[in-house]
Ligand binder design. Structure first.
Ligand code: FUL
Length: 472
């Protein structure tokens, strides 16, 4: 998205010392980089693609898996064209079938007819991603309905061994996805997972990989599979006493995070472009529209989370034309609607103090650029426009490398000196997209309330987007 954000200069002295210092959690370097990936694709692919199922039993003959035109470069082209920054592939879903020839299983691509058993999807996709400049991520289901050791202590070493294989042979793996679903294995037993071993394995073989699960450690599930983050959405979570799967925190906690949570564990919104996660012929006519995808973008990325959109390859091993059309339309909507930042004409940014905010009058105190530092530390400010301008969307960005300090904000929209619309909200986070009825303004005033430390807005933009999209 070619949004023009303004880096704002402010007087450090005006805000320094007026706020309680921030002592909350901070993101790691890897988490920060993860936040910037914003939108990427999920690909569910495996025996279910050929059996019309969502959850395979694990008893499906390997020969079923035989894509006729598989081409991971096409997947990458589609992802790139959609503006997605990476691909996460289901290396092993609950049916246990491995898309790479794992030495820990006898239920893999090696046992299939595809490429006479010489094929390796993780190899093809990791290389294609590298060539396309996309991040490569791996979904690996701990639940395994095929593996003979499932339900015994031995399986924990099998799962750790699989991770080691993947991290060592196909890396760098950017994100690793641990699904919380945990049912019974082939012998009717449930597994007691050795999560400590799994976490140690990732740390040992790929310390920079960010790990997703219900409760992190790096990224949390947003609590639903509709692609919708909470409002507010805090990047914090308390995990003590909780487990992955059935023992996870309540879904509304996952959705909103914990206001005073101890750890930085931001939300990722996973959702499928179709009703199911795997490709089914009957769902070719049920692909989400570009408008629906735009709405999900507003409700995920626009609430400071990341969007993981599932686009499942079909039986050919290609992304289907229907999905491509929807993705192309979605990209076009983002490009067209976020092209023209209406604030770019302004060269009048004003900053004001807390005391000056007691009156509801529009303050027009010119910012003293001569004595300002070039800083990202901004508390309250006014943007003045050279002429009346109609907008229905404002984007704010918070400097999350310094934490999530903004707890509530208010934006006043003014035409001449009259307050014509007011927006209130609480969390901002990496990106906050606010939509409202089209309003003609000559200035806007952002007032951060109840913020710890320095308030750290690093970007502001305003747009006039398609009216229907703004109303979603
Ligand atoms: C769930 C799984 O059971 C679904 O099949 C899918 O993989 C989804 C992303 O996660 O827990």
């Amino acid at each position: 998205m070619k949004t023009i954000f303004f880096t704002l200069s402010v007087l450090l002295a005006l805000s320094a010392g007026t706020q309680e210092p921030y002592s909350g959690p901070l993101p790691t370097r890897q988490q920060l980089a993860w936040h910037e990936t914003e939108f990427y694709l999920f690909m569910h692919f495996g025996p279910n693609t050929f059996t019309d199922k969502e959850w395979g039993e694990g008893t499906e003959p390997e020969d079923l898996f035989n894509p006729t035109f598989l081409d991971c470069r096409q997947w990458c082209e589609v992802a790139k064209a959609a503006g997605a920054k990476g691909i996460i592939i289901t290396a092993k879903h609950h049916d246990g079938f491995c898309l790479w020839p794992s030495k820990f299983s006898k239920h893999t691509v090696r046992e299939s007819k595809w490429k006479e058993g010489k094929g390796d999807i993780l190899k093809e996709l990791s290389l294609a991603c590298k060539a396309a400049g996309l991040k490569f991520g791996v979904y690996l289901s701990p639940w395994d309905r095929n593996h003979p050791d499932y339900g015994t202590a031995k399986y924990n070493n099998v799962f750790a061994g699989m991770m080691k294989e993947i991290l060592q042979n196909y890396g760098p793996v950017w994100e690793l996805w641990w699904d919380g679903a945990n049912g019974e294995g082939p012998n009717g037993k449930k597994q007691v997972y050795d999560w400590k071993l799994f976490e140690r394995t990732v740390k040992q073989y790929s310390p920079r990989t960010v790990v997703f699960s219900d409760i992190g450690p790096d990224i949390r599930w947003t609590g639903n599979e509709q692609g919708i983050a909470g409002d507010p959405n805090w990047n914090f979570l308390d995990t003590s006493g909780f487990k992955r799967g059935e023992g996870a925190p309540p879904v509304d906690t996952l959705n909103q995070g914990n206001y005073n949570g101890k750890y930085w564990i931001p939300a990722e919104c996973d959702v499928s472009i179709r009703p199911g996660w795997f490709w089914h012929a009957a769902e070719d006519e049920k692909v989400k529209t570009p408008e629906k995808l735009f709405e999900l973008y507003l409700k995920s990325v626009g609430r400071g989370a990341n969007l993981l959109l599932n686009v499942p390859p079909d039986q050919r091993g290609l992304v289907n034309e229907k999905d491509i059309a929807a993705l192309t339309g979605f990209k076009k909507l983002r490009d067209e609607n976020f092209r023209d930042n209406r604030l770019k004409e302004s060269n009048s940014f004003y900053q004001f103090t807390k005391e000056e905010l007691t009156s509801n009058e529009l303050l027009l105190r010119r910012f003293d650029s001569a004595s300002s530092g070039y800083s990202i530390n901004l508390q309250n400010f006014i943007v003045e426009l050279p002429r009346p301008t109609t907008i229905n969307c404002i984007i704010l960005r918070e400097a999350i490398h310094l934490g999530q300090t903004i707890r509530s904000f208010r934006i006043g929209l003014y035409n001449d000196k009259n307050l014509v619309h007011e927006i209130q909200g609480s969390s901002v986070g990496r990106k906050r997209i606010l939509t409202f009825p089209a309003t003609t303004i000559t200035s806007l005033k952002v007032n951060l309330r109840d913020a710890k430390g320095h308030d750290n807005i690093i970007g502001v933009a305003a747009y006039l987007i398609n009216q229907q999209l703004a109303q979603q």
